[in-house]
Design a protein around this ligand. Structure first.
Ligand code: NAD
Length: 413
């Protein structure tokens, strides 16, 4: 089985906590890896597609994780992302395990009809292994609510009854929640608020830069702006803008919806994407791509605090440099766990055949995120004392997984 970067984090935490090697190894390894091939007609011709589903851990509940459609989907990537999901769900304390999967395809070369057929076939090929109490897929890169509606329909047809709880991130009309699309950004903003309050900043004096103005970045920016902090820099794939007096985040979202870019908004100054990452701000929020902060950029970062809204936005070498320079990093498995928390709330409602008010959903999400932040903070002060929030979050999750493993499988001591 392939080694992943996240496996190293888990084994380091195991060493620090003095956990038996066999237990750590069991937690690292996936419970099941599925591979199948499906055929779909593309441009009038039959084409075969490789489908992957990595079911990493069901110790804490049914497997849970997204399905991406991308030419570079691999087993190694799916395993690493599935491990991350197991740990993220443990940190935010939702009763799910971790999974991830995908289809090796290029969605840019396929019509919507063909992509929906691929979604249906994916579920058909893995039908025996998924289910609302087995494995619950969700959207990921290049998949969204429409794919989820078709996947839910495909599963429901196969089992002969309506089963909305088999996937999350569905459109509201088929059992999804309005909360889901903005939940990750909301969770990022909640963690930001907790950290700022806890560390003696005056919220109105905090300068923030956000890389990526998409689904996550926009919601986080608008909430942080509404708390009274100054969002002084924003970027997207077309470039970055700054205003030291604070940017009007809502107007910029509307501008981007109209023009497709944050660039050119009123009197804002344009800078490069790299300059945005190295701005003299208090908080930097990477909300765009994996590996956005590499070794070269890490050396030039000025922000005291970095909140990882994206998955893996900091390379391992950059992470080391930033820790040595005493920057605080709030890791992705805590900061962006709002998405899976909202998925959990959607699943609970589907299982109960009930729907909650938006207010109740927002309260539940905020409470879960605040509690997760406080628990990670508490772990940081316990022995063995950890240097970073990442180590604390991973240790906290590993302890929980270890305890459950020993109870469920007493052969482990
Ligand atoms: P998105 O596609 O809606 O937005 C991504 C944004 O990043 C876009 O504005 C894009 O223009 C910008 N971008 C791309 N390349 C850039 C570059 N080089 N410099 C600056 N900006 C760049 O995606 P999203 O859903 O907002 O997700 C953002 C990140 O958060 C991804 O890493 C995703 O994996 C992670 N994430 C998302 C969710 C979720 O619920 N959407 C949950 C967990 C993690």
């Amino acid at each position: 089985m392939v080694e992943t970067g996240f496996s190293k984090h888990i084994s380091d935490a195991g060493d620090l906590l003095d956990i038996d090697k066999a237990i750590v190894d069991r937690v690292i390894k996936p419970e099941r890896v599925l591979e199948s091939y499906v055929s779909v007609v593309v441009d009038g011709e039959a084409k075969n597609f490789r489908c992957i589903r990595c079911q990493h851990s069901s110790l804490l509940g049914p497997y849970k994780g997204g399905i991406r459609f991308h030419p570079e989907v691999t087993l190694e990537e799916s395993l690493e992302l599935a491990q991350t999901m197991t740990f993220k769900n443990a940190v935010v304390d939702v009763p799910f395990g971790g999974a991830k999967g995908g289809v090796v395809c290029n969605p840019k070369e396929m019509s919507e009809k063909e992509l929906m057929e691929l979604s249906r076939k994916y579920i058909e090929s893995l039908n025996d292994f998924i289910g609302p109490e087995k494995d619950i897929p969700a959207p990921d890169v290049n998949t969204g609510p429409k794919n989820m509606a078709v996947m839910m329909d495909s599963y429901s047809e196969l089992v002969g009854k309506n089963v909305p709880a088999v996937v999350t991130g569905k459109p509201v009309e088929v059992g999804g929640t309005e909360l889901r699309s903005g939940a990750t950004g909301r969770g990022v903003a909640t963690v930001y608020h907790e950290y700022i309050q806890d560390h003696g900043y005056s919220i109105n004096d905090v300068d923030v830069a956000i890389q990526g103005y998409g689904k996550v970045g926009q919601v986080a920016a608008e909430l942080i702006d509404s708390y009274g902090s100054n969002v002084v820099g924003l970027s997207d794939s077309t470039g970055a803008i700054i205003d030291e007096n604070g940017l009007p985040t809502t107007e910029i979202r509307e501008w981007k919806e109209k023009t497709g870019s944050v660039i050119g908004f009123n009197e804002t100054t344009e800078i490069t994407n790299k300059e945005l990452l190295t701005l003299d701000v208090d908080v930097l929020i990477p909300a765009a791509l994996a590996n956005a902060i590499n070794k070269e950029i890490a050396d030039q970062i000025q922000a005291e605090v970095i909140i990882e809204a994206a998955n893996n936005p900091i390379t391992p070498t950059a992470d080391k440099i930033l820790n040595e320079k005493n920057h605080t990093i709030i890791p992705d498995i805590l900061a962006n766990a709002g998405g899976v928390t909202a998925s959990y709330l959607e699943w609970v409602q589907n299982m109960q055949h009930h729907s909650w008010s938006q207010e109740k959903l927002v309260n539940e999400l905020d409470t879960k995120m605040k509690t997760a932040y406080q628990n990670v903070k508490k772990t940081k002060t316990k022995k063995p004392k950890t240097h970073s929030y990442r180590e604390s979050a991973i240790q906290m999750a590993l302890q929980k997984l270890t305890k459950t493993l020993k109870l469920r499988k007493p052969i482990f001591k």
